[in-house]
Design a protein around this ligand. Structure first.
Ligand SMILES: Cc1cc2nc3c(=O)[nH]c(=O)nc-3n(C[C@H](O)[C@H](O)[C@H](O)COP(=O)(O)OP(=O)(O)OC[C@H]3O[C@@H](n4cnc5c(N)ncnc54)[C@H](O)[C@@H]3O)c2cc1C
Length: 477
């Protein structure tokens, strides 16, 4: 079943603009070949089918600048694209010139003593994790799309992932940026400094801007010491309340060594076991909820004992019912696969109404319960699958139908269901977008719920992009 949207007509692009863009980027720097364009103009979820008159593939910052300058002069809109893994339609062009940063994938510098590295926007996250590891350091950003997502896109969405509770969002991992502003000006803000109080922090404007204020071409990123030992447990438990109490206990017993704490209900595990080949349940019996708990240690000695002590206390307090500890790296990867494959498995299950929300951790259990009760009154056949980064207060609060007829009926109630979820989020002091951004999916919700914020954002957008050429449909719309 698909809820793909009808493609709009491509933006009419004067022939001389096309010719100037092609000349500026050279023969390797553009494409109008339908086969090459295909993967760039459909989104990961299969929800949006887009169009573009031309795909630009600049090789360096000067080429990005030249292309943006041409578009600015002609008033032509641009959508920047990284790995095209956006879950809210932010990177699918709807007629704009599309610019992929994939050819800009050089590591410009690794400075282990400064715990930093400077990389180009098209570097894929997984390769940057490996670059950091080769230098004996950790780049802690880690998420399910890390094999495709690029650092420019991750910064532009202020991505989160599984390590936020220890290392923070992408925003906290960026020391400096280089970007091309909407008139083509190159802003060189690359720096490895931790302290720099020279007025407004311009990089923070671009982080999370979803490509609406300029094109990020490079970034200086923070590195961290590599943990000497990581321990991972897959635990079965009865409730979200117990999971939150277990999190507090695990933090206390380990002296703050918890680096990831992810939750999933049994149904999410069932989806993964059904749709992802080679997966298996690590525990013997079934449990209503599961937690993946990761701890990271500076020393090998005592690491396993610390995890076992936390699990032991949690058993005694009846917070967990069963647990498996990963005995080696391959088992740890298997446990992680169960968690990281949920989005993929949900796609196999069919259409879901998805919400990426955050709530203070202490209120998470009450939120999940109340929102679930309210959804039942709107659509009794909908089943809530709330999973994800409970350790930092972010769950993906998705409503699924277990067969196609129910999914169709559910879609008809989609607006009411989402309003109910977001109203409840507001009551609990949460956010309607924890880590995926706004894109085109949540523009109206954002405008309705944060009018003052949106007015200020529009003023900033007007100051930097008066012609409105940078990703004009997303975020502010
Ligand atoms: C399986 C899966 C799991 C995921 N898990 C998580 C998760 O745990 N946590 C999380 O936060 N997100 C998650 N995501 C979504 C996440 O937003 C993206 O994976 C990532 O942040 C986007 O990177 P990208 O390179 O694919 O960017 P794209 O999707 O290409 O672009 C995203 C946005 O950034 C803009 N953009 C891209 N590159 C640039 C640039 N160089 N300069 C300016 N603007 C630019 C685009 O125009 C668009 O608005 C997941 C996605 C998938 C498919």
């Amino acid at each position: 079943m698909s809820d793909a949207q009808t493609p709009p007509r491509p933006q009419a692009l004067p022939g001389d603009v096309i010719a100037r863009l092609k000349a500026a980027l050279g023969p390797k720097g553009w494409s109008q070949d339908a086969n090459e364009l295909g993967p760039h103009i459909a989104d990961w979820r299969g929800r949006f089918q887009g169009q573009t008159p031309i795909l630009l593939k600049p090789a360096n910052t000067a080429e990005v600048s030249a292309a943006v300058r041409i578009c600015h002069e002609a008033g032509i809109a641009i959508t920047p694209q990284g790995g095209n893994t956006s879950l809210c339609g932010a990177s699918t062009p709807q007629g704009e010139v599309l610019m992929t940063l994939k050819r800009m994938n050089a590591v410009r510098e690794v400075d282990p003593d400064n715990d930093s590295m400077t990389v180009e926007a098209g570097c894929i996250l997984e390769s940057l994790q490996n670059t950091a590891a080769s230098a004996g350091r950790l780049f802690p950003l880690s998420l399910g799309s890390q094999g495709s997502a690029m650092i420019g896109g991750l910064i532009s969405t202020n991505a989160g992932g599984v390590h936020v509770l220890r290392y923070g969002m992408t925003r906290e991992l960026v020391l400096g940026l280089e970007a091309v502003l909407p008139d083509g000006t190159i802003w060189s803000g690359l720096t490895g400094l931790r302290k720099d109080n020279t007025g407004y922090d311009l990089k923070q404007l671009l982080i999370g801007a979803e490509g609406t204020l300029g094109i990020i071409t490079a970034a200086t990123l923070k590195l961290f010491p590599r943990p000497a030992k990581m321990e991972l447990a897959f635990c079965g438990l009865n409730s979200v309340e117990d999971a939150v109490s277990f999190l507090s206990l695990a933090k206390k017993v380990s002296g703050g060594a918890v680096t990831a704490f992810e939750i999933m209900p049994r149904l999410a595990l069932d989806f993964v076991l059904a749709f992802v080949p080679g997966t298996r349940d690590p525990l013997e019996s079934s449990h209503p909820w599961y937690v993946v708990c990761e701890m990271s240690f500076g020393r090998v000695e005592g690491a396993r004992e610390t995890l076992e002590a936390a699990l032991g206390e949690a058993f005694e307090a009846e917070l967990i019912s069963d647990a498996a500890i990963a005995e080696n790296e391959s088992q740890a990867l298997d446990f992680w696969r169960l968690r990281e494959s949920i989005a993929l498995a949900e796609r196999g299950q069919g259409t879901a109404i998805k919400h990426d929300i955050s709530i203070p951790v202490s209120k998470m259990a009450a939120f999940i319960k109340l929102a679930g009760e309210r959804i039942k009154t709107i659509f009794p056949d909908g089943v809530v699958v709330a999973f994800g980064h409970v350790g930092d207060g972010n769950v993906h609060y998705n409503i699924v139908g277990l067969d196609e007829a129910t999914q169709q009926a559910m879609l008809a109630k989609g607006t009411a269901i989402s309003s109910c979820v977001y109203d409840t989020v507001d009551e609990f002091g949460g956010s309607i977008s924890a880590e995926h951004g706004i894109g085109i999916l949540k523009r109206e919700e954002l405008a309705a719920r944060k009018p003052v914020d949106v007015a200020v954002m529009r003023a900033i957008k007007q100051a930097l992009d008066p012609k409105g050429i940078m990703n004009p449909r997303v975020l502010l719309g």
